[in-house]
Ligand binder design. Structure first.
Ligand SMILES: [Zn+2]
Ligand SMILES: [Zn+2]
Length: 375
């Protein structure tokens, strides 16, 4: 469920030179002009039901070989041997359901805030998933709603890429050839080989882990005690995309000699997009100072713009019963058992940032309006 795109209005062209009407607070969407505050409220309401974002403890992975492989083919989120500082991972709080303490709970811990830290990386993948979902929701409010698919595509020549910029340049070429109308893309330098996937599956069933536990989550946590994340992976450059458009037939595409692709599945809704992006970001290439996710076609920054960010505090709810959550101070005893202390907050909140999106049409750039930031 997304804001906009609900009514049966015909798809209209935006009037030239009037992206947003500043005086009235109205904004152009595919349904014509709507009030930007109402639009914002609706997007915010949709986002406010999002579940807790407090990650659980992840054990640090130690290996010297690891550095060598990642240095050569690129770093991925959470691939560092250990956190950047000593206190990262120390438990400082526990978040529990206000109604039933047996419901899913989370520990809060100190962070070093390095995207490559094995403890801190989930925070970054959640932020990425949030950004991407917001943009997809925004895209759907402005452009014609088309079915979105999860795609995997790969180059024919596996000599590798020097950096993420080179990788994404190749991805752009492949998406154009495929006929994608729009796409958001993440680059994966590595894959988990099938033999390893089988071992991880065995571990998952033997230990009764939740059905949806991903291979990469288990590899990051080093569940098989192989000593390093590098022990689970092989070099195998490929891309994941969420894309729309009439795509070329897979057999015909492979004849082009560029590479291959596979349609994995149809994306059900925004929540589906968020969950998928959060997972594929956990093993995406992370290059310092570079964007992890790239947007192509109609969802790219040259076709889809947005206004100023709007922040709103929203309640984080229990994932089992939707009741409010409470945060407690927590300390770890010398024997390693976390002990819950006084109540810290009666309510757990998070800040949700939303944008109002608009279509950018034509080749001419519009003049920069005063007192407005366009990003
Ligand atoms: Zn850390
Ligand atoms: Zn609950």
């Amino acid at each position: 469920m997304t804001a906009g795109g609900v009514g049966g209005f015909p798809h209209q062209q935006q009037p030239a030179g009037s992206l947003e009407d500043d005086q009235s607070g109205n904004i152009w969407t595919r349904n014509g002009y709507v009030n930007s505050m109402e639009e914002y409220q609706e997007i915010t309401n949709n986002l406010s039901i999002k579940k807790s974002r407090i990650s659980a403890i992840v054990r640090s992975i130690l290996s010297d070989d690891q550095k060598n492989i990642f240095k050569k083919y690129g770093y991925i989120f959470g691939c560092n041997e250990k956190p950047t500082n000593e206190t990262c991972g120390r438990i400082i709080g526990k978040v529990m359901c206000s109604v039933d303490k047996s419901h899913t709970s989370y520990y809060k811990h100190e962070r070093c805030n390095d995207p490559l830290c094995p403890v801190c990386y989930p925070k970054f993948t959640h932020v990425i998933a949030d950004h991407v979902t917001n943009r997809v929701v925004g895209y759907n409010t402005v452009y014609k709603r088309d079915p979105l698919y999860h795609l995997i595509f790969w180059p024919d020549i596996l000599t590798g890429y020097e950096n993420i910029t080179d990788a994404m340049r190749d991805a752009n070429k492949m998406l154009k050839a495929l006929g994608a109308k729009m796409a958001l893309v993440l680059y994966h330098p590595y894959r988990i080989p099938e033999e390893m996937q089988e071992q991880l599956n065995e571990y998952k069933y033997a230990n009764k882990l939740p059905e949806n536990t991903g291979f990469w989550k288990m590899a990051h946590d080093d569940v098989l005690k192989l000593g390093s994340l590098a022990a689970y992976i092989v070099y195998g450059p490929h891309f994941h995309a969420i894309a729309s458009g009439y795509l070329m037939d897979t057999v015909e595409y492979s004849k082009l000699g560029i590479g291959g692709y596979k349609k994995v599945r149809y994306m059900k809704d925004d929540k589906d997009v968020e969950t998928l992006v959060n997972y594929i970001a956990t093993h995406a290439c992370k290059e310092h100072g570079k964007q992890t996710v790239r947007y192509f076609g109609l969802i790219s920054p040259s076709k889809l713009g947005h206004g100023l960010p709007k922040n709103k505090k929203v309640k984080v709810l229990c994932q089992d019963c939707n009741a409010s959550l409470e945060e407690y101070y927590c300390m770890v005893d010398p024997d390693g058992v976390p002990r819950v202390m006084d109540l810290k907050h009666k309510e757990v909140t998070r800040v949700v940032t939303t944008y109002v999106y608009y279509k950018i049409t034509g080749k001419k750039r519009l003049p920069k309006p005063k007192s407005r930031v366009w990003t």
